[in-house]
Design a protein around this ligand. Structure first.
Ligand code: GRG
Length: 296
């Protein structure tokens, strides 16, 4: 099977899990929020965070069924952040993953609730696993996910991002935003996968660094794609950073230097992955190579 086929298969598997873990209802009263959750969750993202989590888990020889719930949880938290990021109070975008954003389709009030509900659901399904299998590794993995998405992670990065719209910022501040808004969840995905598999602190730290490099590269690439891609390919409006007067790697470093930094960070991640040469890290190496050329 070639890389693209393997990637598609993994994405399809994750989508089956997401459907399984989405809450069900037996009443009409809360049906709309479940529809809105499903709409955004199943709108066709790349599913990179659960894939990274699974690869770290597999490379650490994990054998816990809980990985399925944790992979679903990280994608639910990611989707909840996208729903909130698109709201009028934040980026005010109409298009996401090539479809109308949640608040355009379901109204702003329901979109806010759908984002909240996905976040809650993520923690509920992880806690459910920890209750049925009270293993400290599950709790540690849950803590990694909570930290990644919290005040000193994604939310912290988003706060700095919104507070610094419409004003020039330096590289230090921009790196804080990128490393927290985007890298933290990618680092958290790798770390949670390794922790679930019971990996040592040293290995968990290796995966954290792999996630940091990939996450920063991923966000710098987003900055570049925002000015070089098209709405059709990206599935969301281009020039969004310009519209919101955001400082990005492109405005601070230019397109060519930004692309060079992306490639350097991804090469660093590949070097770290080489430590795992005795076990099968081939898919991850190919994934990082693919990220160099991603178009959306
Ligand atoms: C819900 C806990 C919680 C917080 C909300 C709004 C917010 C706080 C955070 C926004 C974070 C954000 C939107 C970061 C951008 C990260 C990013 C690069 C998103 C795009 O990720 P892809 O390309 O998207 O993986 P797909 O659509 O493929 O899943």
């Amino acid at each position: 099977m070639n890389f693209k086929e393997e990637l598609k298969q993994k994405q399809q598997h994750i989508e089956q899990l997401l459907m399984k873990y989405l809450p069900k209802t037996n009443t009409q009263y809360n049906q709309l929020v479940i529809d809105a959750m499903q709409y955004s969750l199943m709108a066709g993202g790349k599913r990179i965070r659960p894939i990274f989590m699974y690869e770290a888990y597999r490379m650490c020889q994990g054998s816990k069924e809980a990985i399925n719930a944790f992979m679903s949880a990280i994608e639910m938290i990611h989707t909840s952040s996208l729903i909130h990021d698109d709201l009028p109070a934040m980026d005010n975008d109409d298009l996401r993953r090539g479809m109308p954003t949640c608040h355009i389709k379901y109204r702003e009030d329901i979109a806010i609730l759908a984002g909240d509900a996905l976040l809650n659901c993520a923690f509920e399904i992880m806690i459910e696993k920890a209750v049925s299998d009270p293993d400290i590794n599950l709790i540690k993995a849950m803590r990694a996910v909570a930290r990644a998405s919290g005040t000193n992670g994604m939310i912290g990065g988003q706060v700095a991002d919104v507070l610094n719209e419409n004003k020039p910022i330096d590289l230090d501040c921009l790196n804080y935003i990128h490393l927290n808004k985007t890298s933290a969840m990618i680092e958290g995905s790798f770390m949670a996968g390794a922790l679930l598999a019971g990996a040592s602190d040293e290995i968990v730290e290796d995966f954290r660094r792999i996630g940091r490099d990939i996450g920063l590269a991923f966000q710098i690439q987003d900055d570049v794609l925002d000015v070089t891609s098209t709405q059709e390919i990206l599935g969301k409006p281009i020039n969004s950073d310009l519209k919101n007067q955001k400082t990005t790697y492109v405005t601070l470093k230019g397109i060519d230097e930004s692309i060079r930094i992306v490639n350097e960070l991804l090469e660093d991640a590949i070097d770290l992955l080489k430590k795992f040469k005795d076990i099968d890290s081939q898919f991850m190496v190919k994934f990082v190579e693919y990220l160099k050329t991603r178009e959306s």
